[in-house]
Design a protein around this ligand. Structure first.
Ligand SMILES: [Zn+2]
Length: 705
């Protein structure tokens, strides 16, 4: 029996992969990658792309493809056993990674290749890959002395273990809390489908003896409680549990259970110290500088100025938003002091009153069965592609019965790429929505073809939406809130970036090699279409009546779109500024604590202040476990790019927004080129000029002056 993780002939064989396959497969692939490394390194011939770079690309692709499947399973089908195996193998992978970027001889050979006449003959993609390699070598410590290298390696390993632990703690702490309610009277305001799901959850939980309603801190349960529950104590309890997750105040960090290591703050402090040490070793002042080297933004100072400028523009709008909320709470809801656990509730009530609709009402119009085909139609028209469910005859293997797989074909019907879609939330799946690459596009050697064959890309698209529920014995399709539709479009935008690339070299095809702070351009760009009547109306059908979304309701949604956009923008800026300063001018060795910095940042930009017990940093996985360190600003940065890119479609909106010319230009200049050239160059090629902040402000109902 061949180990399914070692089969690279097609799509991953998820149904056959079991935990016992993982360690042997990774061991074997690591050996092969190391052997290849040694053989190309010790080859005496002058390095060329063919004799030097290509063999390593081939070997490492296999390793990272197999490991990608393991990490994917760990994220979507987490179990204690898998997690343990994952955590045993993770340090081996990161160690290899560091070995690669620390290999002095390899570094020398890359430099030799870069300086040789052969380099000038290479394609611009390959040149860029080599330049990126040299940059990563430097950032990976290749220029350090041997004793420093040992320490550097140690830091990398520790950091990767700390990040994994941070993430595990957060998931455990999230799962650890649940709230059982026995009395229906305490649940007024909460929508029926949420109650139905809570009742099913209680039935399934043997510790609950099956009765009542069980609420958890997972989004589909937590959020509706915060938005709709009239019961203020219930909201407070849920809020308190949510914002103290993985902290010293968390439930599982009580003195009784002091041994439970779910407090993330010690990990945060260690992570910051190690990052700081790493930056100093590399000759930088701070970790933010290191983080920005491969990014589009030029310096931490430039980012700081960008954020502070945006905060100043958004502040008057945020103040206005808050004032409205306070007045409404006092006058209409008899809440004289607006607490943190009232914010979502009061917002929803004010929104309902002002725009006379609720998320729940809108949700009834967005069944999965209309939304998906609608989204597919849009991108089919924009980019001249065709999306269809993968035929059953192909016997594609899945990790869960809810997952589906789709093909993307070009105008001629040729396969361009494929993607898996895993839409629903479950306890074994990490939160949020995300896209991951399963296979990258590249040209591979093919005996039949002189030019080689194209390996088509494959993506995983993951969300955490509510699954279909049975109502009166009838299974209803999954219903999405408008916000969930936006999340779906967003992740699909990442997917298209990965899947519609036309680049033949793995290192810069699709999202590979794209600057971090520009990587959200295609995803946020897609979100704009969720606000276009022509696009949206076609993807709606009321789950009971079958009616399309009424134009009047859409107009209200549109009017509500910028509802509290000032508060929201300030909140994002607060997180971004906190992240940047944490890695820029904060000294983890000083007396000042992370929470004090958080306070300081809030005082600088926020207009809303949470209770003292709020431990937001402890669950800020983006920057402590997700690769966004000194990079959270990227969301806003890329939003400037995506809003400005989209404004070309608005300007050309003569015969409908689906402007084929602008669509192909977006596909060719942004999506297709991937990381083969700097993001700024791609943007200018598409837009005809450098990015401007105006479209973002306008889309948020703010004026630029
Ligand atoms: Zn994204």
């Amino acid at each position: 029996m061949i180990n399914p993780l070692l089969d690279f002939s097609g799509l991953p064989r998820f149904a056959e992969i079991n935990n016992d396959h993982i360690t042997p497969a990774i061991k074997k692939l690591l050996e092969k990658s190391r052997a290849t490394l040694v053989s190309v390194r010790d080859d005496n011939a002058a390095p060329t792309w063919q004799n030097f770079v290509q063999p390593m690309v081939d070997a490492n692709e296999r390793l990272f493809r197999a490991w990608g499947q393991v990490s994917h399973l760990n994220a979507v089908m987490n179990s204690p056993e898998l997690r343990e195996i994952y955590n045993i193998n993770l340090p081996k992978i990161s160690q290899f990674h560091v070995e690669l970027t620390q290999d002095q001889q390899l570094f020398e050979k890359f430099k030799q290749l870069h300086d040789s006449p052969h380099f000038d003959e290479l394609s611009s993609s390959r040149k860029r890959i080599i330049e990126n390699e040299l940059r990563d070598f430097r950032l990976g410590g290749a220029e350090l002395s041997p004793d420093k290298k040992t320490r550097f390696l140690q830091i990398q390993e520790e950091l990767s273990a700390l990040s994994a632990k941070f993430s595990d703690n957060l998931l455990d702490a999230t799962n650890d809390f649940s709230l059982r309610v026995e009395n229906m009277d305490e649940l007024t305001g909460i929508p029926a489908d949420v109650l139905q799901a809570a009742s099913v959850a209680a039935e399934k939980d043997t510790a609950y003896s099956g009765s009542g309603w069980k609420f958890t801190l997972h989004m589909p349960s937590y959020l509706p409680v915060m938005q709709y529950a009239d019961n203020r104590q219930l909201r407070e309890k849920m809020y308190c549990a949510y914002v103290t997750r993985a902290s010293e105040l968390g439930r599982n960090a009580s003195p009784v259970n002091a041994e439970s290591k779910l407090d993330n703050m010690p990990l945060i402090n260690k992570i910051l110290k190690l990052r700081n040490e790493e930056a100093k070793m590399l000759g930088y002042e701070n970790y933010a500088e290191v983080s920005l080297v491969p990014k589009m933004a030029k310096s931490p100072k430039q980012v700081l100025e960008f954020l502070v400028d945006l905060a100043a523009k958004a502040r008057p709008y945020a103040e206005r938003d808050l004032l409205e909320l306070k007045q409404f709470a006092a006058e209409e809801l008899n809440l004289n002091k607006l607490e943190a656990w009232d914010m979502a509730y009061v917002s929803e009530k004010l929104r309902e009153k002002r725009y006379a609709f609720s998320d729940q009402e809108v949700k009834q119009y967005f069944p999965e069965t209309k939304v998906l085909p609608g989204m597919f139609r849009l991108v089919e028209n924009l980019y001249r592609i065709k999306i269809s469910p993968a035929p059953e005859s192909r016997k594609i293997q899945y990790w869960h019965p809810d997952v589906k797989c789709f093909d993307i074909g070009d105008a001629e019907g040729k396969l361009v790429g494929q993607f898996y879609l895993d839409l629903y939330a479950r306890p074994s799946k990490r939160g949020g929505g995300w896209m991951d690459d399963a296979i990258g596009r590249r040209r591979v050697a093919d005996q039949q073809r002189h030019n080689g064959a194209i390996q088509t890309p494959v993506a995983y698209l993951n969300c955490n939406f509510s699954a279909p529920v049975s109502l009166d014995g009838k299974l209803r399709p999954a219903l999405f809130t408008h916000n969930e539709v936006i999340v779906l479009f967003h992740e699909f935008g990442h997917g298209l970036h990965h899947l519609l690339t036309q680049i033949d070299d793995l290192g810069v095809s699709g999202i590979n090699g794209v600057e971090w702070d520009a990587v959200e351009l295609p995803s946020q760009f897609m979100e704009n279409f969720c606000w276009e009547w022509d696009v949206l109306a076609d993807m709606t059908q009321h789950v009971d009546t079958g009616a399309r979304l009424p134009r009047t309701l859409f107009d209200k949604m549109l009017a509500a779109k910028n509802f509290q956009s000032g508060l929201q923008m300030l909140r994002q800026i607060e997180f971004a500024l906190f992240d940047l300063r944490l890695h820029y001018d904060f000294d983890p060795a000083s007396d000042k604590t992370v929470l004090q910095l958080m306070d300081e940042v809030r005082k600088q930009v926020a207009v809303v202040f949470p209770p003292e017990y709020n431990r937001f940093p402890n669950s800020f996985a983006h920057i402590f476990a997700g690769g966004y360190a000194a990079g959270y600003y990227s969301y806003k940065w890329a939003e400037v790019l995506s809003a400005d890119a989209y404004s070309l479609f608005e300007e050309n909106n003569v015969d409908g927004l689906i402007n084929a010319e602008a669509g192909s230009r977006f596909r060719d200049e942004i999506l297709a080129v991937g990381g083969s050239r700097p993001a700024l160059a791609s943007f200018v090629a598409f837009r005809g000029r450098e990015p401007s902040i105006d479209a973002l402000l306008r889309h948020n109902g703010m004026s630029a002056t």
